[in-house]
Design a protein around this ligand. Structure first.
Ligand SMILES: [Fe+2]
Ligand SMILES: [Fe+2]
Length: 288
């Protein structure tokens, strides 16, 4: 399998120039970054699967085109959860007939995040995206499901690790704003020649919970975890970062690519513990 970073919080050249990560560079290649996330997976069976669609249609389309893909090349898009930074290009994909896979409750009600001034910021998908879903080839799933050969949606992720608790996110439910533990966020588990690869959107349910679930479902080792590790909200308290690193090591995860909402502090700490760590910014491509 290989996967490309369509959208990440950063773009450009990595500090780690190992040849296993290819970067499409040149005068005509200007990858853009934004607080958003999108990955494109090409499976060993030749399927092209998108995970999430960035924060804005403009950045998503620019980078997808530079990577050499058109919407008609994409077999399906899996939306991990509906925060705005994961669905910016979704309307464009729907208009081009790309089937959408997501949780039945992913788009129900407004979503919020607590900000330092004590208020809550709306981080819901745009109204145009929600309206477009009404015209989509929509596949709603909440249990472990193989959506393509060797590619499984995790289903809802049990919260086994007490340190992976979500406290800053909220949702609208029956006219009230309540704490949102992001039950609907799911991840992808992809089989590769090296072992299982977990691909996560924001990682609100916790990447260790994801690894534990993958080991239970497949009874084989998790080779790699890539995507948002959701550790940026824990600065300056590093406890969750330290526990996450210990748990990933104990589970035998060999390789990581912490992206998007992992945060610089956590990336720095993770790079000290994991020899096999990739920085996959917008425009990166990696083969496994
Ligand atoms: Fe995110
Ligand atoms: Fe999120």
């Amino acid at each position: 399998m290989k996967f490309c970073t369509v959208v990440d919080n950063h773009s450009g050249t990595s500090f780690d120039s190992r040849k296993m990560v290819r970067r499409a560079l040149g005068p005509q290649h200007h990858y853009l970054s934004e607080h958003g996330f999108s990955l494109l997976v090409e499976t060993d069976a030749g399927k092209k699967i998108l995970i999430d669609a960035g924060a804005s249609e403009m950045v998503f389309r620019n980078n997808l085109e530079l990577l050499g893909y058109r919407p008609q090349d994409i077999d399906l898009v899996f939306i991990t959860h509906s925060h705005y930074d994961h669905v910016g290009g979704l309307k464009y994909l729907i208009e081009n007939g790309v089937p959408v896979y997501t949780h039945p409750k992913a788009f129900s009600g407004k979503k919020f995040v607590a900000v330092p001034d004590g208020t809550q910021r709306d981080i819901s998908a745009g109204d145009d995206v929600v309206q477009a879903l009404g015209r989509a080839k929509l596949n709603l799933i909440s249990t472990p499901t193989e959506i393509s050969p060797g590619v499984k949606v995790s289903g809802e992720i049990p919260r086994s690790m007490p340190f992976e608790v979500e406290t800053k996110f909220f949702k609208e439910e029956n006219g009230h704003i309540v704490l949102d533990n992001m039950t609907e966020e799911m991840c992808l588990m992809v089989s590769s020649k090296q072992g299982l690869v977990i691909l996560t959107g924001c990682g609100h349910p916790g990447v260790v919970n994801m690894v534990q679930l993958a080991k239970k479902q497949f009874d084989k080792r998790v080779y790699m975890v890539a995507g948002g590790f959701h550790l940026s909200a824990n600065v300056p308290n590093n406890e969750r970062i330290l526990r996450t690193m210990d748990a990933l090591k104990n589970f035998g995860v060999e390789r990581i690519a912490p992206m998007h909402c992992t945060g610089f502090n956590a990336q720095k700490m993770l790079s000290d513990r994991f020899v096999n760590m990739d920085m996959l910014w917008s425009g990166s491509e990696i083969e496994i």
